[in-house]
Ligand binder design. Sequence first.
Ligand SMILES: Cc1cc2nc3c(=O)[nH]c(=O)nc-3n(C[C@H](O)[C@H](O)[C@H](O)COP(=O)(O)OP(=O)(O)OC[C@H]3O[C@@H](n4cnc5c(N)ncnc54)[C@H](O)[C@@H]3O)c2cc1C
Length: 374
Amino acid sequence: MRHRIAVIGSGPGGLTFARVLHHHGHPVTVLERDPAPDARPPGGTLDLHEGMGQLALEKAGLLTEFQELSRPEGQAMRILDTNGTVLRDWKPRPGERANPEIDRGQLRDLLLGPLDVQWGRRVTEVVPQTHAGVLVHFADGRQETFDLVIGADGAWSRVRPAISSATPHYTGVTRVETSLDDIDTRHPDLARLIGDGSVAVYGVNRALVAQRNSGGHVKVGAQFRAPLDWHTELDLADAEAVRSSLLALFDGWAAPVPDLLRHGTAFVHRPLYVLPVSHTWAHVPGVTLLGDAAHLMPPLGAGANLAMLEGAELAESIAAAPGPGDLDEAVRAFEEQMWERAGRWAKITTAGLERLVSPDPTQALAVFDEVQPS
Ligand SMILES: Cc1cc2nc3c(=O)[nH]c(=O)nc-3n(C[C@H](O)[C@H](O)[C@H](O)COP(=O)(O)OP(=O)(O)OC[C@H]3O[C@@H](n4cnc5c(N)ncnc54)[C@H](O)[C@@H]3O)c2cc1C
């Protein structure tokens, strides 16, 4: 079997798909718009769950390497109220590996391995069911045909319009991210606050979350309910103006929590968008979606895990499909399975975000217990 298979996007989902297919000896074309693997900062650390992201890595033959790279101590989680009272201080038991953390850049490099990604290939449109196969158009004017195109191109997928009219909508919660370096030497009080893993502080309609990455690097996210245009009076490129505006928003929170913002470097605005819960589509031969392109949901620790598991499962089904007719059946079966599981998670995470960034911050503890898979 030598189908022409392309995956669009080299995020966790696309790379896991390609790596598992490669593991089974099947060729796959990976097309990524970024000009190089490190063209953008990779984002915060990810916790990979035993039955999801870790299972996907096992299917790719990469679990042992993951265990060597990941940080089980990063599972530690502290939850505070705005007065600084510690509501939860959870530390993993020795040997506990249910949800260890890994930097996104480390995960990307682990998955990349021998894969030959085509960088700088921005897809603009996918046209299914042409005479020669599925037609992929690129920003540079080129076009190529494949038997199967997988859209693993994230929230603003350019593959999705080929099979679904759904578009992401704003949740009403926005997020501004910043980061701190050399936390242990430069900000020891914040290092103690964060511990080995994460700290989250919940107030009325807002939250501050800080997450330790490797090498003393910390990612901070300020989340709050606001209209999409909350910043019209603010120059988002002016770091000092954004800092002042955030410090006003988190005014009165117990020290040293506001220092997470006071000492942050650049600020990045990321309003949280989602696709409709239980997003499905009428099956279209030759094109499918996985990960955020299929089921963008609030960031409560499931998205990358789902994308990776879906990538691994789809690759295994394709590898097991003996003939061209079986390829389409494999994709159909994959979609049914993905919709069912992602629909469940979309409901959990949507309800979770409603309660985490809410008028009643006392609900935060319960939400954490619900979203953490055992
Ligand atoms: C703040 C935050 C924290 C999170 N924390 C966690 C967590 O702890 N655990 C977890 O499981 N999930 C987490 N998530 C969710 C997770 O980041 C996403 O669900 C996950 O990255 C989705 O993977 P993906 O491969 O589907 O898409 P993406 O990671 O978005 O990758 C898409 C890729 O496609 C490329 N691309 C896009 N358009 C094109 C195009 N037109 N042509 C070619 N290439 C294109 C992009 O450059 C990118 O490389 C978090 C999300 C956020 C915002």
